[in-house]
Design a binder for this molecule. Structure first.
Ligand code: ZN
Length: 377
């Protein structure tokens, strides 16, 4: 049955001493401590358990051991990605600061390859995170009796409905944003998604959870994910890429870009353009840096960033001066200034420092959306 794990969690929290679940869900539910999980194959087993006063030993699972023995690391490694140094850098900065990222580039530039490798450079799931994430997958009927030990990567198709994206519908269950909880939500071909579906992302991006109202009451699903989106520069995919001539009409190009609303763009922190891969890069035998070394840098930088956030010395005076100049010259909104500051702090932490320097601000300014997106209403 779906939801055995969250049911056991809720029962334990409510002070129950035991719960009976179907055999095939016993391992999943027994991860919860402080409650006896009794497996049963049929209703007659439940009656028998009741009659004999639950004298059979309950299912026991050593959650720590189960968690430690789970699959980790995946098979997708950044080693396989050649070139695209700027995008790799943006991906790493995003991983450190948990920033949302949009990659823009022609087909074949490696956007999807990079996105799929993000979960594996994030710090490993903790046991509480694993239980949380498994619970959500359990409710959706997607868990197969094990504890999830890898961060989820969800890549819903652009035809996904609003209910599919955020949950709800006739029988409210978690949507893609909740299945991506503690992991990555990847939206490929961002401009192809329906604007109303994208609009639904505002709440989870802002609050990191999602409320679904229905007649019987309100359900709250966690939805704390990193958003990675990708799009072509235009419908044909080749505008300003130097690969080939863009064949789109001006109107079509404008409409394509304007499908992504300002409020959604406002919640994306890093924008990066991926150039077409040069022939030399594609045929080069040199492989990229492996995920393991990126992951260890990310973990170290996160510790530094936490320290910086606790007792921040903020930014150096010359960094603040550059930011003020840029805000003036580029007419940045207060929100944009805060975003650049946040990213500059992440870049500083990545370099082992707790205060942003001028060069951190300069780099952070490079991750702003290009004119093709900002000129839109
Ligand atoms: Zn085009």
């Amino acid at each position: 049955v779906p939801g055995a794990l969250p049911a056991a969690l809720a029962a334990a929290r409510a002070g129950r001493r035991r719960i009976v679940v179907p055999h095939e869900n016993a391992t999943e539910a027994a991860v919860v401590t402080g409650i006896d999980v009794h497996p049963a194959a049929a209703l007659s087993d439940v009656i028998e358990l009741e009659r004999r006063g639950y004298d059979t030993p309950p299912a026991r699972v050593n959650a720590d051991r189960l968690f430690a023995s789970g699959a980790r690391g995946g098979r997708l490694d950044l080693r396989d990605v050649r070139g695209q140094l700027m995008a790799r850098r943006a991906l790493e900065i995003a991983a450190v600061g948990r920033h949302h990222l949009l990659m823009i580039g022609p087909p074949g530039a490696g956007k999807t390859m990079l996105a799929r490798r993000l979960p594996n450079v994030l710090p490993p799931l903790t046991l509480p995170e694993a239980i949380e994430t498994t619970s959500i997958h359990s409710i959706a009927g997607l868990n197969r009796g094990a504890l999830m030990t890898e961060r989820p990567f969800r890549a819903p198709h652009h035809t996904t409905s609003g209910a599919g994206m955020v949950g709800g519908g006739a029988n409210p269950g978690p949507g893609e944003v909740s299945l991506a909880h503690n992991g990555v939500l990847f939206l490929d071909e961002l401009a192809e998604f329906s604007p109303s579906v994208l609009n639904h992302l505002r709440e989870p991006l802002e609050d990191r959870f999602l409320t679904i109202s229905r007649a019987a009451g309100r359900l709250r699903f966690p939805a704390d994910f990193m958003l990675v989106a990708a799009m072509n520069p235009c419908p044909c995919g080749y505008d300003a890429t130097g690969v080939r001539e863009c064949t789109c009409a001006d109107g079509a190009r404008m409409r394509y870009r304007s499908r992504i609303s300002g409020p959604l763009l406002d919640r994306i922190d890093l924008f990066v353009n991926l150039p077409r891969l040069e022939f030399a890069e594609l045929t080069s035998r040199a492989s990229g840096e492996p995920s393991a070394s990126v992951r260890s840098r990310v973990a170290t930088a996160r510790t530094t960033l936490e320290r910086a956030r606790r007792h921040s010395s903020g930014a150096h005076p010359d960094a603040r001066m550059l930011l003020a100049e840029a805000a003036d010259r580029l007419a940045l909104s207060a929100r944009a200034v805060r975003r650049v500051t946040r990213i500059a702090m992440t870049i500083a932490a990545h370099d082992g420092r707790t205060a942003a320097r001028r060069e951190d601000v300069a780099e952070a300014l490079q991750y702003r959306p290009g004119a093709e997106l900002t000129t839109l209403s």
